[in-house]
Design a protein around this ligand. Sequence first.
Ligand SMILES: Nc1ncnc2c1ncn2[C@@H]1O[C@H](COP(=O)(O)OP(=O)(O)OP(=O)(O)O)[C@@H](O)[C@H]1O
Ligand SMILES: [Mg+2]
Length: 275
Amino acid sequence: MAVHLAQEQPASKEVMLYAEDVTKTFMSNKKEITALDRVHLTIHQEEFVSLLGPSGCGKSTFLRLVAGLDAKTRGTLTLNGVPIEGAGRDRGVVFQQYSLLPWMHAWENVAFALKKTKGLTAAQKKEMAYHFLELVGLRGFEKHYPAQMSGGMQQRVAIARALVYRPKMLLMDEPFGALDAQTRRDMQDLLMRIWAEEKCSVLFVTHDVDEAIYLSDRVYVMSAHPGRVAKEMTIDMHKPRDWNDMLSDRFVHYKREIVSELERQKSLHKQALQA
Ligand SMILES: Nc1ncnc2c1ncn2[C@@H]1O[C@H](COP(=O)(O)OP(=O)(O)OP(=O)(O)O)[C@@H](O)[C@H]1O
Ligand SMILES: [Mg+2]
């Protein structure tokens, strides 16, 4: 099968997210837990980067630090050169649970994210909410309540809500984890289209190796607890991709490399626990 090379190297773009020696410890039952240990990674402008790793390795912790929902213990963490010191409109976050407000229509859920945005009239906020609902394929469902929508549709509303203030960076923590396989595939393609249109950087956390390769420009594999960067891999395949690409030699090569690294990390972790 033909292998297409990427037309553009994302590494040539400016650095958007920069993490150096990022460590995060928690106190739990008077014991210190190191969730992240000197994590070093970068995400460039318009780059789609996935974080893969075993459960408990600190993926969500890292994403929360970038979102500004939690503070690092040590290290450097900057967005566009500015230290991250709290949540901000330059980052949109999508979690596995869509957490929509059940008493609001889809468009109101999206417009709610603009509540504190100054300089926009109510009509403009509504117009933006409608625009982003259309972008995620929900035209005609603006006045549906969350309970009237499927899981995939609700997650699309959550994505529209994260995008409506045009963040520079989209942070997604297993956003499709709760969806059935077919809906998940549809959502991956939708996300690829949105990413091409919105041109934001994406930090995408997943357990799914295929999903990470399919969507990403680069993949970071983390070690088991405490989380460190174990491997970084550039996915050198053209975009947009389609299901055919998942059968290509190159895709299978990436998958083999990543799965073997995950297995290696698993056995290292087992050895460490037995020592
Ligand atoms: N608020 C907290 N207090 C204490 N420990 C925490 C806290 N949040 C996370 N941890 C610990 O930090 C480690 C990393 O957790 P995290 O949720 O980031 O893992 P994860 O890689 O996202 O796992 P999963 O794939 O299961 O979602 C775990 O050992 C977890 O118990
Ligand atoms: Mg997690």
